[in-house]
Design a binder for this molecule. Structure first.
Ligand code: TUI
Length: 315
């Protein structure tokens, strides 16, 4: 049995597995490895400038002829220049995060780009469907990085009931059980981020990967709820300091200063105490560092086996 859904046709891929766009960590090498394995790789442009994105696209294209996506973070100071790179390089699929891509929808559509906004609520999902979104990633607050307020279990079926375009479930998915559950909720694809932090091809300090592997249930926290930009990260000296300041009523400027530069500190320098180690709650299920292709194949095989077993359950 092979799982083939509308997402495979829209993206031109073999398996309805999307690698989540983790800023900087998901560079060209990871995206290309996932796409080569039959899933959808995504380059995470995060807060990086266009020169970074341009180089990662070049790296990916050297490794694979297959489609890969680029994710644009709508709060990035480099959004406009990254958008221009996407158009110039004729990237076939764009995902967006951390905001409403409504103002850019016409530009993407005119360029023939498939647009897949990441949403965390029903109202925005419906609005973006009307504006021409080709599919949606619906992300629960189990995910790492910027989070909404709803859980995957609740928000995915709610959006599925309200839109006609395909839905990809995200947040809290790291193995075949999660992928099978996503299909049960009515999604036609699943996006995995945290598991791919521990891919060999991820652009990340080994200490970050080892930290994800050591993290158990209740090992992540949400910082920044009072700023309007809540972020999930693995608990450490930085999150304790930040939450202490936040809980004692620190103003926005203080919090901004406290948080600036913390992500590169973790990703590039491997500082596991002072850095911000963004990762999802599902870190507790991630066991080892392995090639991205192995993750794609393992997860798909597991999902197929579970769906097969469920099909044969007595009822
Ligand atoms: O985008 C994410 N997660 C992210 S983006 C990000 S940026 C960054 N990371 C590291 C270093 C520097 C920068 C980190 N994590 N997830 C997708 C997502 N989007 N989840 C929730 C949302 C969302 C939230 C509000 C989507 C739309 C939205 O709309 C609000 C509105 O304006 O209606």
């Amino acid at each position: 049995m092979r799982i083939h859904t509308s997402i495979c046709d829209i993206f031109g891929i073999d398996y309805p597995i999307i690698q989540g766009a983790m800023a900087y960590i998901a560079g060209g090498r990871l995206a290309a490895a996932v796409s080569e394995a039959g899933g959808m790789g995504t380059i995470g442009s995060g807060n990086s400038p266009a020169s970074w994105l341009q180089e990662e696209i070049r790296i990916a294209r050297e490794i694979t002829d297959k489609n890969f996506a680029v994710n644009l973070v709508l709060t990035s100071p480099y959004l406009q220049e990254n958008l221009e790179v996407v158009l110039r390089e004729k990237i076939p699929v764009v995902t967006t995060g951390a905001g409403n891509p409504g103002p850019f929808m016409a530009t993407f559509k005119e360029a023939g780009i498939k647009v897949v906004p990441v949403v965390a609520a029903v109202a925005l999902a419906k609005r973006l469907e009307r504006l021409g979104a080709d599919a949606l990633v619906v992300e629960g607050m189990e995910s790492g990085g910027h989070v909404g307020e709803m859980t995957t279990m609740c928000i995915v079926p709610m959006v599925v009931d309200e839109v006609s375009i395909p839905v990809i479930a995200a947040g809290g998915i790291a193995d075949g059980r999660g992928v099978a559950a996503a299909f049960a909720l009515g999604a036609e694809g699943a996006q995995l981020g945290t598991r791919f932090i521990c891919a060999e091809e991820a652009n990340v300090h080994t200490a970050y990967q080892e930290k994800v592997i050591r993290t158990r249930d209740r090992g992540t926290v949400i910082c920044g709820s009072t700023t309007g930009h809540p972020v999930r990260a693995i608990q450490n000296a930085f999150t304790r300091e930040y939450l202490k300041a936040e809980n004692s009523g620190a103003d926005q400027a203080t919090l901004m200063k406290l948080g600036t530069g913390r992500y590169p500190l973790a990703v590039v320098q491997g500082d596991m105490e002072k850095g911000s180690i963004m990762a999802g709650q599902i870190s507790g299920l991630v066991k080892k560092i392995q090639p991205a292709a192995e993750i794609v194949h393992e997860v798909m095989a597991e999902a197929v086996e579970i769906l097969h077993k469920l099909g044969g359950m007595p009822c």
